[in-house]
Design a binder for this molecule. Sequence first.
Ligand code: MN
Ligand code: MN
Length: 453
Amino acid sequence: MKTAWEKYLKNTKPVMDFCEGYKTYITNAKTEREATLEAIKLAKKAGFKDLYSVKKIKPGDRLYANNRDKNVAFFVIGKKDIEEGINILGAHIDAPRLDLKQHPLYEDNGLVLLDTHYYGGVKNYQWVAHPMALHGVVCKKDGTTVNIKIGDNENDPVIEISDLLIHLAHDQMQKKATNVIEGEDLNALFGSIPKAKTKENPVKANILDILKKEYNIEEEDFISAELEIVPAGKARDLGLDRSMIMAYGHDDRICAYASLMATLEMKNPSITSACIFIDKEEIGSVGSTSAHSTFFENCIAELINKQTSYNDLKLRHAFENSHMISSDVSAAFDPNYPSVNEPKNTAYFGKGISINKYVGARGKSGTNDANPEYIAKLRKVLEDNDVSFQTAELGKVNQGGGGTVAYTFANKNMEVIDAGVAIQNMHACYETASKVDIYESYLAYKAFLKDFK
Ligand code: MN
Ligand code: MN
């Protein structure tokens, strides 16, 4: 098996071209909604049609189903019946961030701030004193939705959560890292000009005037809004040799993009290809747009119905005969923190897609532990397609751990394994990945969709 770097050194162009596409995607996809809608745009360009707009399906059809703009599935229909199983790629598109509360706006000593509630696993101290952007939607009583995207255009203002100056941080510096910045203190600075001739909360009054003028929203509209504070700025090449990418939200939009690209390239597969983008993974896969939602199951039922005729047994067969790669990121070895890993079973930058038989915590708690029969078949497909891969676990025993969506699909009695790009600084404002690993993951996903039987 050639290494990822050996392949790269022979021809750098495919890797660099693929990663430019990814950088554009990740820069434009800072929320689960943006990740969904950008993906649908790419799919439409590649000939995908809304599943609900077609009456019957036939081999070669390219379809997508959009669940509430936050969860989407893509299908390329195979020659075999859906009942005989599907090759599925599943990635999550939600990422840690700071959500605005329903009553976010307040004025304090001439400053207006936005109160937040963090989402997902966040080290609070990483999210302060950075330029941040505000993305999301405000849904109004009249049924219209206002899209908000402030801070990512070069000419936009940014927002920020302040940190205490070092000069006055004597008390703060004695605290444990978990308490250095308290969750309730993650308040973002949003304005400071007072409205003329206004006695009560003049700065807030001025901000509300701007919101009304520029976005036609009132303070009470925040009640039905979904607004996320995310790091501002574009994805950037990292390293003098430009071998890596630093961006917000690699976990897990990096695997989502690689999975989508692999799916868009499928033409007339023998087994139906599927790719699903999932929301709410970072908070436990709960809710209507999560991996526990019946959305994907409903899609499969629709496909069966549009292919032959629906019955419950066919749906159950479809799941039992399916194979899935839960395409999620893994933790890359970091020379600054070598002690958290066990070196034989760790993912490294540049060694290709990282396959995790299991993740979980303590005694493998909460993980899907992939079956060796399945791994053996997958190894063969990857080797036959010259894909560079490595195997890893998430840190050494009892160091910590984490979960993925793998078990939710495995519970439907299909074969599932985690495999994706290894990254550094997972869940920080900016995460880092190796370009060759992104490309090898895409090659792995393509090989899986095409050749896994
Ligand atoms: Mn993840
Ligand atoms: Mn995560």
